[in-house]
Structures are given as structure tokens and as C-alpha cells.
Design a protein around this ligand. Sequence first.
Ligand SMILES: *Cc1c(COP(=O)(O)O)cnc(C)c1O
Length: 231
Amino acid sequence: MDKQYLIDNWQRVHAQVVAACEQADSHAEQVTLLAVSKTKPAQTIATLAQQGQRHFGENYLQEALEKINELQSQPDAEHIVWHYIGSIQRNKTRDIAEHFDWVQTVERGIIAKRLNDQRPEDLPPLNVLVQVNIDDEDSKSGCLPAELPELISAIKSYERLILRGLMIIPAKADTNAFARTQQLFEDIKDKHPDLAHWDTLSMGMSGDMADAIAHGSTMVRVGTAIFGSRE
Ligand SMILES: *Cc1c(COP(=O)(O)O)cnc(C)c1O
């Protein structure tokens, strides 16, 4: 991929996030741009890291581990914060707990427990988001809103996890998913004053970032608009 094309895209997306924050009267420094680099080579990640992009999201574990390994020795990549945003199989939790800084797709108690038990002692606690199936669709991943209280209580009791907030991937037809999730996010914050790090609402992708930010998103996950289309 052409390096300048990539940098131009990234700068444009960055400017769009800042503009959306101004529109929404929220502060751009409070909205994190997560660059979703799935299927893209490690060198594209290094290029953006050199420009100052810190947060990268990966969906496919094996591919992610290879890239993390490849970038380990590169000075520009030293400060990268890795987010796991793919679905989690039970037998993959150890690799995730050992190699990522954040996991955005926690949807079941058993997965949270395994991530907690497997987080290495020499690393800081793992930041986690609960993925919510906000459309209540059988076919979609995520915890149903009705199951949230139990999952949140469980995660709160785990010392090696820090519960930071919620993540959603809404159905395209659902035009008020962002507003409902914002409400859910605020309700949980009010109900659990002891959740000291409850500060992250991960919603919005290439096509709907501005709308998500208008509804209180604090983290937009952007792939295509930065890296171009995927194979
Ligand atoms: C691929 C992916 C994205 C990025 O989607 P784009 O439309 O390419 O911006 C965001 N979030 C998740 C969970 C993804 O899997």
C-alpha cells in the first residue's frame, strides 16, 4: 500500500473525529481513534504508529499475534496499545490475556474468568469492555442487555480485569442503537459508583463515526476509512 495514501487517509479520519467532537460539544481528546488493522500488514501499522497513532484493533488472533511479534522490535511500535475486537473462543483466552492491552468483546462470564485467571502477573490488569447485543438478535454476538447485571458483577470481582465500559456493533437497520446504548452506559455508571474506571463507550465505525460521537461514543473503531477496503 502506498505510504502517503495511508497517512493522508489517517489524517483525514483524524480531522473528521475532531470535527464530530466539535459538533457534539465533546472534547476530541476524550475520543480515542482505534485503527482497525485486520488483514493489513504489520508495516502499515508501523507507518501509522510513526505518525502518532497509538491504538490498534485486531480481530483474528493468529494474524494479530504474528503482527505483534513482528513489531515488537521496532522502536516506533513500542507504544502501541493492542485491542482484541474479534470473537473469543474459550481455548484462545490465554493468548489474548498474554498479548493484548484491551479486550472489547467479552460477552460471557466464563470468558471473563479465564482472561482474569490467565492474565500474567507481570503485566498490568487487562482492560475489558462488555460487548452488548443491543439489537437483541439471536444471530448476533454480545451479551443481552438483560444478562448485563450478572456479567458486570462477576467482572467487578476479578482483580486482573479492569471493566472500562461497553462495546456494540449495531445492526444497520437499527437507527437508535447508539442512543439506547448511551442510556445503558449512563444507567450502569449511576448504578455502580464503585466502577472507578467506567469511561469507555466503543461504538462507531467508518460509516457512522460522527453519529456515534454525537451519542457519547468515546472510542470509534475505524478500518476501511483508514486502510482502504479489505479483500
Ligand atoms: C472490522 C471491524 C471494524 C471496522 O470496520 P470498518 O467499517 O472497516 O471501519 C470495527 N469494529 C469491529 C468489531 C470490526 O470487526
